[in-house]
Design a protein. Structure first.
Length: 256
């Protein structure tokens, strides 16, 4: 009987990232993260969030020049007084704090959304690598793969003939998938024996897929867009080979 894995709690992960775990527990946590993909992914997301929040706060700190100009303007007022100066300083400090908080929250939300999508992409790609995974369409022929999606997706796309694909690239099959709650075509390729998952979906108003992290847990995540589609590829293949496949798919969507 398989024993359920006890994942690290949020408090333990936070303390581990901040270096506040007692020495006796630090090594045990490291060993757990080395063997637990789910907790390692949570830890990576938390580290990226902390770093992005810190960068955002530094970028939007009020410049000294702006504060100096505001102070000079207050001094020029004929009714200025110590009380007015104090009110001005408090108002400026409150405004600056509100601006930093708003921008930090916006940056956190965008980072959280892109990290969620990246995790979703990686999870789906890893699922395709399972020996039990069977795509709904198994074919190297675009004339078999593309028609299968008709009536299953609210959009259409073009596929290349086998001869037009980059060298060493082969279409294996396809599946119906979802990305960030949107229906997506999942195309399965191999590039020099490396498995590649390519997601095609309509461009939507959510977080830009071009803002996704370029790598995650040793896998490359690259994206491209056309006028109507967002295309994201996930693989452990050489990034240049992945970009060549993306460029070929983008070119295939261009009107001839």
């Amino acid at each position: 009987m398989t024993q359920a894995i006890e994942h690290l709690t949020s408090d333990t992960l936070s303390a581990f990232i901040d270096g506040e775990v007692p020495d006796g527990e630090q090594e045990a946590n490291q060993q757990h993260l080395a063997g637990c993909y789910a907790c390692a992914l949570r830890a990576l997301s938390a580290v990226e969030l902390k770093a992005a929040t810190a960068r955002t706060g530094r970028c939007f700190a009020p410049p000294p020049e702006t504060l100096a100009r505001l102070t000079a303007q207050i001094h020029r007022e004929p009714w200025g007084s110590a009380r007015i100066h104090s009110i001005g300083r408090i108002a400026w400090s409150s405004l600056a704090a509100a601006m930093i908080l708003a921008v930090s929250l916006l940056g956190w939300r965008q980072l959280h959304e892109t990290n969620t999508i990246a995790a979703e992409l990686l999870d789906q790609h890893l699922a395709t690598l399972s020996s039990a995974a069977t795509p709904q369409v198994i074919s190297t022929d675009r004339h078999t793969v593309k028609p299968w999606f008709q009536g299953r997706l609210p959009f259409s796309f073009n596929l290349l003939d086998a001869q037009a694909l980059p060298p060493g690239t082969t279409l294996k099959g396809a599946d119906l998938s979802y990305l960030n709650g949107q229906p997506a075509a999942l195309l399965l390729f191999t590039i020099h024996k490396h498995e590649v998952s390519v997601f095609l979906t309509q461009r939507f108003g959510g977080p830009s897929l071009t803002a996704l992290p370029g790598t995650r847990s040793g896998f490359t995540i690259h994206s491209a867009t056309t006028q109507d589609l967002s295309i994201v590829a996930v693989s452990d293949v050489n990034p240049a080979d992945l970009d060549a496949l993306l460029a070929a798919l983008v070119h295939a969507q261009s009107p001839f």
